[in-house]
Design a protein around this ligand. Structure first.
Ligand SMILES: NC(=O)c1ccc[n+]([C@@H]2O[C@H](COP(=O)([O-])OP(=O)(O)OC[C@H]3O[C@@H](n4cnc5c(N)ncnc54)[C@H](OP(=O)(O)O)[C@@H]3O)[C@@H](O)[C@H]2O)c1
Length: 277
């Protein structure tokens, strides 16, 4: 339950997201997360906090090999075939020789998908990433990427109770990859449903804990909630001492909305249409 295995990789199914955490807030939050027990940390070049994340990892007192560290290559470096250089820059900022998972942040339409993932695979071959994956691909792009590079271990994409991700979850599960859910709390909005509050009360838990538990009880799914305060960071990690029933899982699945997506920038691909749309 706590980990997902892929080959010789062991990936904690609850990680810590760092988007929007900057400067001392980023250092403090990552240190609190390590102190709480998180061993999976998610950052990206575009978050402009890799140096702070790296510093927190150095000062956090946890051995590097016990941490699962993910970063992501930003779009212009993917478009201009600079993935290897961008990876070196990230490693330099993070103060480490390797990341555990290196993702392409978004699919770029200006280059064939096969070229993008094969260029990424070279970074793994060079020993600078233990595993590779992609983020924000749709189901057909993921299929194309897997055809060119069956070695992809992870797809990271938006997922929370309001958003149906079944089409791409099916592709991920068939390939025995990990689906890492970003914005797993719906950026806070998923905690407001009465159904979630009622289930939380029945278990003596908080609404956020119910949503995160719902996530990790699904096959091949991990979640990377972001939080700033110690209270939220600790609360989000305390989800391994209770279990949702099938009935409760279904009630949360029923919260899906046709327009439940939150993150949809101009450069996003044509998203898959879920059953709710
Ligand atoms: N690959 C991509 O394109 C992509 C896109 C988006 C996000 N991500 C990754 O996914 C991570 C998580 O997504 P996210 O940051 O968008 O959203 P999220 O984790 O769903 O939600 C974060 C928000 O929820 C609040 N929160 C956290 N714990 C809470 C709790 N226990 N009770 C009440 N509120 C709580 C946080 O407040 P406080 O901060 O004030 O505690 C923050 O406002 C990111 O940090 C990033 O690492 C990746």
């Amino acid at each position: 339950m706590k980990n997902f295995s892929h080959g010789d990789l062991v990936i904690p199914r609850l990680g810590f997201g760092t988007w929007k955490l900057k400067g001392d807030d980023a250092i403090d939050a990552v240190k609190i997360a390590l102190d709480t027990g998180y061993r999976h940390i998610d950052t990206a070049a575009i978050y402009e906090n890799e140096k702070e994340v790296g510093l927190a990892l150095k000062e956090g007192g946890v051995a590097r090999e016990d941490i699962f560290l993910t970063t992501k290559i930003w779009n212009d470096d993917i478009e201009r075939s600079r993935i290897a250089d961008a990876a070196d820059r990230s490693l330099d900022h993070l103060g480490t020789d390797y990341v555990d998972l290196l993702l392409l942040h978004w699919p770029m339409t200006s280059r064939p998908i096969a070229d993008q993932v094969q260029e990424l695979a070279e970074v793994k071959k060079a020993g600078k990433a233990r595993a590779i994956g992609i983020s924000n691909y749709n189901a057909s792009q993921l299929t194309e990427a897997l055809d060119a590079c069956p070695d992809l271990a992870c797809l990271q994409a938006e997922y929370h109770p309001e958003l149906d991700q079944d089409p791409i979850l099916n592709v991920v599960r068939n390939a025995d990859m990990l689906f890492t859910a970003y914005s797993p709390l719906g950026r806070g909005d998923s905690l407001k449903h009465q159904v979630v509050k009622d289930i939380a009360e029945a278990h003596g838990k908080a609404p956020g804990q119910v949503v995160l538990r719902w996530m990790i009880q699904q096959p091949n799914v991990a979640a990377i909630p972001k939080a700033t305060s110690r209270e939220h960071i600790e609360e989000n990690f305390d989800i391994f001492d209770f279990e949702l029933t099938d009935e409760e899982m279904k009630k949360i699945f029923a919260l899906v909305e046709p327009d439940g997506r939150i993150i949809d920038p101009d450069w996003a691909p044509q998203w898959d249409t879920g059953v709710a749309a």
